[in-house]
Design a protein around this ligand. Structure first.
Ligand code: SF4
Length: 141
């Protein structure tokens, strides 16, 4: 099995501390966090992914908005530049300690946070990064 993630969730997963939109969203995200922490591979997808899934029954899920798709494009570009390789829908990434540390270091410095512009969670994510990622649930064991 792989965890299907849209590109901007490569950033969001770095600061997940158990907060989110709804109880169902959080419960699902916690299960994904356990799978990623166990080393399950990530398959990049375009559009709604395994984290979005519990929101898709809403009347107008924000997951399909142009602004969210633009967030994916920005994250994809930043992470590809950081890794020095082309990544796209279908690419597979291994969320090992090295990758997570590299992403978190560059997240904390702001180098891969272009996608975070205008996000309602930005303050929380910045606070978590500034605390040296205290309380994070992915890759923390
Ligand atoms: S600020 Fe928003 S887009 Fe950026 S990592 Fe946090 S939740 Fe994700």
């Amino acid at each position: 099995m792989t965890v299907r993630l849209r590109a901007h969730h490569l950033l969001c997963m770095l600061t997940f501390v158990g907060e989110g939109y709804t109880p169902a969203f959080i419960a699902n995200y916690r299960r994904i966090a356990e799978r990623l922490t166990a080393g399950e591979e990530i398959e990049l997808v375009s559009g709604p992914d395994d984290i979005c899934a519990p929101l898709l029954d809403e009347k107008e899920p924000h997951c399909f908005r142009d602004s969210v798709i633009a967030r994916d494009a920005a994250a994809l570009a930043d992470v590809a530049t950081l890794l020095g390789e082309k990544i796209e829908s279908g690419s597979v990434l291994v969320p090992d300690a090295g990758l997570l540390a590299r992403l978190r270091q560059n997240f904390a410095s702001g180098d891969i946070r272009y996608a975070c512009r205008g996000c309602e969670w930005k303050e929380l994510c910045s606070r978590i990064a500034a605390s040296n990622f205290k309380g994070i649930l992915i890759g923390s064991s």
